[in-house]
Write a protein that binds this ligand. Structure first.
Ligand SMILES: CC(C)(COP(=O)(O)OP(=O)(O)OC[C@H]1O[C@@H](n2cnc3c(N)ncnc32)[C@H](O)[C@@H]1OP(=O)(O)O)[C@@H](O)C(=O)NCCC(=O)NCCS
Length: 165
């Protein structure tokens, strides 16, 4: 798929279905966005599940390994789906990549006849919450003291839902 949208900064990139060959790059990207990074082995294990799928974004023409700028992993089972993770490289953020990765997931799920898409997000993650709200997600539950280690103040997880019907 090729995407050209009038985002604030015009960046052109391709979004492709993720394969197990992308796990190393996805792990590198994950480490830029989360304090507990997922190894390529962990991502590969997820990718091997028949319910899990993902998309990866590279600058237009950058099809070789090492050029990925963002990825998303999701899972669909019994008509309900969830976002497992999404990360965009820090120097690729705010260029519409997260939006388009989520859009690819939502289109795929609608084509599969899924009813709803859920996700969990740290209540302090303003960027992600703004992205999800813009996509139409609404808050459906809150899990207090969910994120953070034993020594740090814990923040709540918001459970958000998007109706796909
Ligand atoms: C959350 C994340 C994936 C967003 O990706 P992104 O490519 O920067 O997002 P986009 O450029 O597509 O943003 C789309 C919209 O989301 C909102 N948004 C995104 N980042 C934002 C920020 N830092 N502050 C406020 N709003 C933001 C805006 O409405 C934006 O549209 P606009 O730029 O036209 O105003 C990215 O910040 C990231 O990888 N963060 C680290 C990992 C993470 O937190 N993942 C989510 C865990 S639940």
């Amino acid at each position: 798929m090729r995407h050209r949208f009038p985002f604030r900064r015009q960046v052109e990139f391709d979004i492709a279905v993720m394969t197990s060959q992308d796990c190393q790059e996805a792990s590198r990207l994950h480490a830029t966005g989360f304090t507990r990074p997922w190894s390529d082995g962990e991502i590969n294990t997820l990718m091997n599940k028949s319910t899990v799928f993902g998309f990866i974004a590279r600058p237009e023409g950058g099809r070789e390994a090492g050029t990925a700028m963002g990825f998303v992993l999701a899972q669909l089972a019994a008509g309900e789906a969830e976002i497992l993770t999404i990360a965009v490289a820090p120097d690729g953020r705010r260029q519409g990549m997260g939006w388009r990765l989520m859009g690819a997931v939502i289109r795929h799920l609608r084509a599969e006849g899924a009813e709803a898409l859920f996700l969990e997000v740290d209540e302090t993650n303003a960027a992600a919450i703004a992205l999800y709200r813009k996509l139409g997600f609404g808050e459906v539950a809150r899990r207090d003291r969910y994120y953070g280690d034993r020594n740090a103040a814990k923040s709540a997880a918001l459970v958000m839902r998007l109706d796909l019907g």
